[in-house]
Design a protein around this ligand. Structure first.
Ligand SMILES: Cc1cc2nc3c(=O)[nH]c(=O)nc-3n(C[C@H](O)[C@H](O)[C@H](O)COP(=O)(O)OP(=O)(O)OC[C@H]3O[C@@H](n4cnc5c(N)ncnc54)[C@H](O)[C@@H]3O)c2cc1C
Length: 339
């Protein structure tokens, strides 16, 4: 077995969290990881340290402390203005090597995954990808990561006993961020930098923002299953009237009725809307994990025995082709009356 660059005996007991940011704000997944790290660290008596790289982002360090970090390791440099794997991996690697944390968490986002893979190879450690739960066993000094494998068919608990840092990417939406406490105190420590232009071979020529949708942030989710028979127009109209987004179970996605980014569930997106309206959905475990954090679940299903009703706050036994048009009519009338 190849040894990691530093060993468990050399680690410093700390949970490090890599912070992603966009347009001057920390990404939700970073705040969610800080909350989970805070909980684990409190149980173990370890500190939470966040790793923040960028340019013109100093105030984000304060935000990280308000959201649970004890300390922020901060790298500010023009070459860190945009994420480039060479510059970010170089700085993060130096910082990790110097501090030797026991645990290092990153978001399971495109950039988080990219950085995590590079760093794991350089540090010669393992990487638990796309974790949906984390537990720290301070007695054994080990992080236990829950990972779903084989497309969600298997839930595995993975621990890394002999390599450090114990790295994991965390799926967005599975943990709740803390309410920020502006009175929390913490240290912001600059990372010494030796970045030069010749180290960075990627140049950002233009940034194009796609039209993709992030249903994990929707306040209202109108989700359709096989029971809507591919007719997502009604659901789209209902979502529009309620200021929400449309989601789907896997079958309509597989059948090409709706984009994959709208799939809710274990192999899709974990959502936490205030209200989820589940239309023509049976309530399979793989789907339910994607809406179990919803404030209120309303289910519409023709089958009174459908398992989705076990997870719903309001159960409507009926045909979606009748219930949805009636709902839409009623909402249009009310909104017309208030216009
Ligand atoms: C490894 C793995 C990973 C998976 N990951 C996911 C995932 O991330 N997300 C996901 O959703 N699924 C996932 N699945 C699939 C999952 O197990 C279920 O098969 C799927 O969620 C079922 O989708 P459904 O409820 O739309 O369809 P069905 O189970 O076929 O249910 C359709 C429902 O519609 C009702 N219905 C039919 N007609 C009407 C009508 N006119 N009006 C009202 N109700 C009606 C029926 O009574 C039925 O309850 C995964 C499966 C596997 C094996």
């Amino acid at each position: 077995m190849v040894a990691s660059i530093y060993t468990p005996a050399e680690e410093n007991k700390a949970i490090w969290v890599y912070l992603e940011h966009e347009n001057g704000a920390l990404e939700n997944v970073s705040l969610e990881m800080l909350a989970k790290a805070r909980q684990l660290a409190d149980q173990a008596g370890w500190p939470v340290v966040s790793l923040l790289l960028g340019n013109g982002i100093r105030e984000l360090g304060e935000q990280a402390i308000a959201h649970g970090a004890d300390e922020v390791r901060l790298a500010v440099h023009p070459l860190l203005e945009h994420f480039t794997i060479e510059a970010y991996a170089h700085v993060a690697y130096q910082a990790l090597l110097e501090a030797k944390p026991g645990v290092f968490l990153l978001g399971a986002t495109p950039n988080g995954r990219d950085l995590a893979g590079r760093l794991a190879v350089r540090l010669r450690t393992g990487l638990n990808a796309d974790c949906t739960q984390l537990r720290l066993d301070p007695e054994a000094d080990v992080l236990v990561c829950e990972v779903s494998g084989f497309g969600g068919g298997v839930l595995a608990l993975i621990e890394m006993k002999h390599h450090r840092p114990q790295m994991a990417t965390v799926r967005p939406g599975v943990f709740d961020a803390l309410v920020p406490d502006p009175k929390r105190a913490g240290d912001v420590i600059p990372i010494p930098l030796d970045l030069t232009e010749d180290m960075v071979h990627t140049r950002v020529v233009e940034r194009v923002t796609g039209e993709g949708v992030d249903i994990s942030r929707a306040e209202v989710l109108v989700a359709g299953g096989r029971g809507v028979e591919g007719d997502f127009a009604m659901l789209t109209e209902l979502a529009r009237l309620l200021g929400g987004e449309v989601g789907a179970t896997r079958p309509p996605v597989d059948e090409g009725h709706i984009e994959r980014e709208r799939q809710v569930g274990q192999t899709g997106v974990v959502c936490s809307p205030r209200v989820a309206i589940c239309c023509g959905i049976s309530g399979a475990f793989h789907f339910v994990v994607g809406v179990e954090k919803a404030g209120t679940v309303i289910a519409i299903n023709a089958d009174p025995e459908a398992p989705i009703f076990d997870h719903a706050d309001f159960c409507i036994v009926g045909d979606v082709q009748q219930v949805l048009p009636a709902l839409i009519r009623e909402l249009r009338q009310r909104q017309g009356a208030h216009a």
